[in-house]
Unconditional design. Sequence first.
Length: 206
Amino acid sequence: MKEDGTLSVTMPRFASIRSAEELVESSREQIRKWRTKYARKTTIFNDGDKVGQSHVLRFVSSPRAAPSVTTRGLTITVEYPETLFHSDAKVQKALKPHLEKALQKEARAYLPRRLKYLADEYGFSYLRVRYGTQKGRWGSCSSRGTISLNVGLMLLDTDLIDYVLLHELCHTKQMNHSAKFWSLVESCVPDYKAKRKILKSQQPSL
């Protein structure tokens, strides 16, 4: 199964179609698990979708042989072959680096200012800010006070962004996830448990 949910069955050259059908039939439970797995991992972007806080996507079918993506201002335009759907894995894959670039741009414009504001508001200090596209986490804080933030934060609502920023700022005082740490988080974000629950259903990467 591909990440876009497309299922392929490979059989010996002279095997019958019926054998393939039986294989699929006997594998339904496994197929169902795969589809659930990839449904959580794969995001299909559509025409008119908002990317980050400011960018907008446009999909245009054209006679070209391969997908082409251009960014002008805050509009990301994807031209894709007439023989494909915009949701095809090839089209979505061609779009990904442009999405990451747009999120990088937004992150560098917004996150440093917001982080400084929250640090001043709640009495935290940190050394510097770094950016990345790591899949496993929204952010991290080193023992020296360097805060690393995932540019995918720009896909979240602003209140969730604030929670992640404050979470990492709290690590500048408590480099752990002890009871003291969570008490500090709660003093800044009283409903942090609800926000944590929402974040667990989101993906830190595209």
